[in-house]
Design a protein around this ligand. Structure first.
Ligand code: NAP
Length: 305
């Protein structure tokens, strides 16, 4: 594939940016990858493993002459990074992000974007519970969705170029409106993470009562929850603080359904439980048919990693 951008700047060098770097190299998508991270430790690791062509010490330096700038830091850090890089952006370049929440990121970043720079928010729907510069891998985005959330007045040519870039990384690309994005992700990702965190927290409390049997006899249900609940605390704190309304809306509905199931158990209403579980099983089948997971009982991740 021929290069889509000349120079790409990665701000933040964790799972997502690292996977993008590997993916860009795999497909020959860009001529030069420049990266930076907040800590000297992460920058040193990135240099050691050759994650980028160049690792520089500041975001301002990283964006010099970059045609695409990717903000790959936690959602709560986006505004400060945008403010830092703003005076150094090349006119006509594209700034994108990979944050898991879109409305809050748009509100935080847009005011800093200078005239003549394209800001096209994005979100790859791909991840693992690992983080940091060593956690990335080229296949992360293969056959996953990347949602682009262009702001009003976005340049169609710049959007098309970013779309081609994500397709080059292996993703399927669609455009979505920011509030709709945040609601969809609250259902598919944010609320489930909170539920997993809660379940593991409850089990941890119980562990003290059952003398570590919870861990020893850990069965598939609980193990799967622990995988999700091992996700990065900073990232997930920022997701909930920045997608508050949609997450609370979904958790409200979740609580109602949970009470209904709780009541069915109490009343011995087996039909209710059976019908409910039959419906949810069909959803799982749909996800596998859509190619978004495999039959493997571990979210299909071990095959990739
Ligand atoms: P990660 O592996 O934890 O890496 C985060 C990077 O951001 C690190 O290089 C870190 O630098 C830097 N950083 C952290 N706090 C910062 C701050 N206050 N100012 C400047 N830089 C800071 O995270 P990730 O999983 O790649 O996530 C990055 C973004 O992608 C997040 O917005 C997240 O919502 C989004 N996302 C994540 C997933 C997922 O499953 N992980 C999926 C889709 C989208 P140091 O290492 O030096 O601390």
């Amino acid at each position: 594939m021929s290069a889509i951008y000349n120079r790409v700047a990665l701000i933040g060098l964790g799972l997502i940016a690292g996977s993008m770097a590997h993916g860009m190299r795999r497909a020959g998508l860009v001529h030069e990858i420049v990266g930076t991270a907040r800590s000297a430790e992460t920058r040193a690791t990135a240099r050691e493993i050759g994650l980028c062509d160049r690792v520089v010490d500041t975001a301002a330096e990283a964006v010099q002459d970059a045609d695409l700038v990717v903000l790959a830091v936690p959602v709560g850090a986006m505004a400060d990074v945008a403010q830092d890089i703003a005076p150094h952006l090349k006119p006509g370049c594209t700034v994108t992000d990979v944050g898991s929440v879109k409305r809050a990121v748009i509100d935080a970043v847009s005011p800093h974007i200078p005239e003549g720079v394209h800001f096209i928010p994005g979100h790859p729907l791909a991840g693992t519970e690992h983080s940091g510069p060593r956690s990335g891998f080229a296949e992360l985005f293969d056959n996953r969705w990347c949602l682009l959330v262009p702001v009003e007045g976005s340049d169609p040519a710049a959007v098309a170029q970013l779309r081609a870039f994500w397709q080059g990384l292996g993703a399927n690309v669609e455009e979505m409106e920011p509030d709709h994005h945040d609601l969809v992700l609250a259902v598919t990702s944010h609320a489930p993470h909170l539920i997993a965190y809660t379940m593991v927290g409850v089990a941890d409390d119980l562990r003290r009562v059952t003398d570590s049997e919870v861990v020893k006899y850990s069965a598939a249900g609980f193990r799967d929850f622990t995988r999700i609940a091992a996700s990065d605390p900073t990232m997930w704190r920022d997701v909930f603080l920045n997608n508050k309304d949609a997450t609370l809306e979904i958790l409200g509905r979740f609580t109602e359904e949970l009470f209904a199931l709780q009541r069915a158990i109490r009343m011995g209403d087996g039909d209710h439980l059976f019908d409910y579980f039959t419906r949810t099983r069909a959803i799982r089948k749909g996800i596998i048919e859509a190619g978004q997971d495999t039959e493997a009982p571990d979210f299909g991740r071990t095959k990739v990693r």
